[in-house]
Design a protein around this ligand. Structure first.
Ligand SMILES: Nc1nc2c(ncn2[C@@H]2O[C@H](COP(=O)(O)OP(=O)(O)OP(=O)(O)O)[C@@H](O)[C@H]2O)c(=O)[nH]1
Ligand SMILES: [Mg+2]
Length: 507
């Protein structure tokens, strides 16, 4: 076969390539030009194990070695083996040069070259070789922490922001993954002024990521930046991994965690709205990758229904939501009749709102080190030191770049905030980006038209700041410092809140 390939190649003065299956069957014959060949899309072919299950053998006419382009093919197509057959001056095979991928990087390289061999002198069995290589891939990934049920993700951020912002945003993405039970295998940060509009990343960087995905057995890429449908498509078909963005991850968390009927309805609505513009562009590449975030959500079968039916569903959801919110309104007005003033906790997610409510009212609502631990609002009664009773409500946390559909959806829930007599803005002082977070909350409050309600700022988690006297002194000008875990630190807040509310109410 090598002889025939070389002969034809020599005669045509074009490279010729064969894609071979593991069984030896020829998958495709590719005829290129003098300098190269173009491999057709292989996205319809399912991989065999970690690698593609195809090896490429092609001729080189100008005596050149395995080129960078060849290595890119090896990588992006996850070929079993890539071989170059050099054609000599007489049109006969010189030697076969081969390279394959490695399950872990050696000296910064992710591939290795095999010793060149004349095609007639190949003694090793390809079957044994590929079995051993696949085995090595499985073993190497197996030594990592494996969670076979959940998603295994590599996180990617490409941004033109400052380093600390990019890093903090990535930290937040890691926490979001944790909240959604996604295993984070690795993170890639890239700061760049000009962002590649099609693939977001440069091809070289994408190659690095793919190699890591292959080595760590990842099945998901999560981008910190919002991707448009065509970007998702091209990255998916390039990498053969499921690709989602931050928005989809947040939607997924909400879908998992919403408990109330209203919350569930709102989430389904937000997911459908997110899906709608992306629906027509869902192609085979996506539908092949079954299960997990981005394919779950409103339900696989619904992904197939057409836009009109989604619109019908949306209309129905809207009607149901209206009904539910009427009930909520009735509940609320019952409470209003009792005429207790309302104090509402707001703030960035994970700031400690629920913890504060628990400590204040000795309750036991869910408070944990997860983003969006609270989705459904909770109310409790709280007695102030000077014999005054108020209702205290805990709400969903805010986050930077909150998906628009989600904000829209939760506007209804956040309506409760309109009834608040006092907003208590809880800030996590131990977060290095707490200023940014405060701004996010303040902006969202403005958006929600709540800027007019009196606000008291609480700088929480002081116990974690330690002895940073400067910081404490600074923020005390703007609010009260507390630690929601320590009841005794809350006294100044209670006094201040009562003073403010007393004024508001008597007014
Ligand atoms: N060290 C310390 N940890 C705190 C303090 N307050 C809250 N935490 C921790 O911070 C984490 C988040 O607290 P939550 O009360 O769930 O935060 P939240 O604002 O309700 O967050 P979401 O509901 O997710 O928006 C928990 O692990 C708390 O134990 C504090 O004063 N000091
Ligand atoms: Mg909470």
């Amino acid at each position: 076969m090598a002889r025939a390939l070389c002969g034809l190649s020599f005669e045509l003065n074009r490279q010729i390539g064969l894609l071979l299956q593991r069984s030896g069957k020829v998958e495709a014959v590719i005829v290129g030009d003098f300098k190269g060949i173009l491999i057709p899309s292989l996205s319809h072919i399912r991989s065999q194990g970690r690698l593609k299950g195809l090896r490429l053998v092609h001729t080189h006419l100008a005596g050149e070695d395995i080129s960078d382009e060849d290595l890119m093919d090896l990588l992006f197509l996850r070929l079993d083996l890539l071989s170059v057959l050099k054609v000599d001056d007489a049109g006969l095979p010189e030697k076969l040069y081969s390279a394959h991928l490695l399950p872990d990087s050696r000296d910064g390289k992710n591939w290795v070259f095999l010793p060149p061999v004349h095609p007639a002198n190949q003694e090793d069995s390809f079957e044994d070789f590929i079995r051993a290589l696949e085995g090595e891939f499985v073993r190497k990934a197996g030594s990592q922490k494996i969670n076979s049920t959940g998603d295994r993700a590599i996180l990617v951020s490409v941004s033109s922001q400052t380093k600390i912002r990019t890093q903090e945003s990535m930290n937040e993405l890691v926490k979001l993954c944790f909240s959604d039970n996604v295993v984070v295998l690795d993170t890639f940060l890239q700061r760049s002024r000009k962002i590649n509009p099609r693939l977001i990343l440069g091809k070289g960087k994408l190659a690095d990521i793919m190699i890591r995905a292959l080595q760590l057995h990842a099945n998901l890429l999560i981008f910190d930046q919002e991707l448009n449908p065509s970007q998702i498509r091209s990255i998916t078909s390039h990498t053969e991994l499921r690709v989602i963005d931050r928005t989809q991850l947040i939607l997924d968390i909400f879908a998992h965690r919403a408990l109330s009927r209203e919350g569930k309805l709102q989430i389904e609505m937000a997911q459908l709205k997110y899906l709608l513009p992306r629906l027509s562009s869902r192609d085979d590449a996506l539908s092949r990758l079954t299960g997990g975030i981005g394919t779950r959500g409103p339900g696989e079968t619904k992904l197939e229904i057409d836009k009109r039916r989604i619109n019908d569903r949306l209309a129905k959801l809207k009607r149901e939501l209206r009904k539910v919110s009427k009930e909520r309104y009735r509940r609320r007005s019952r409470r209003r009749k009792k005429d207790l003033p309302v104090l509402s906790l707001v703030g960035y997610t994970n700031a400690g709102k629920s913890t504060l409510l628990n400590t204040l009212t000795r309750s036991n609502i869910v408070a944990e080190d997860k983003l969006f631990a609270t989705l459904d609002p909770t109310s409790r009664r709280l007695r102030f030191p000077l014999d005054m009773e108020v209702v205290i409500t805990d709400t969903v946390g805010f986050i930077i770049n909150l998906p628009v559909d989600l904000l829209q959806a939760f506007k209804a829930t956040l309506e409760e905030l309109e009834e608040a007599d006092l907003l208590v803005h809880v800030v996590d002082l131990s977060n290095p980006c707490f200023r940014d977070q405060m701004k996010v909350v303040e902006d969202l409050l403005q958006d929600l038209d709540l800027g007019r309600i009196p606000t008291l700022t609480l700088f929480n988690k002081c116990d974690k700041v330690g002895s940073d006297e400067n910081l404490l002194k600074n923020v005390r000008k703007e609010g009260i410092t507390i630690s929601a875990l320590q009841r005794e630190t809350l006294q100044p807040f209670l006094v201040e809140a009562q003073k403010t509310m007393g004024k508001i109410i008597s007014f």
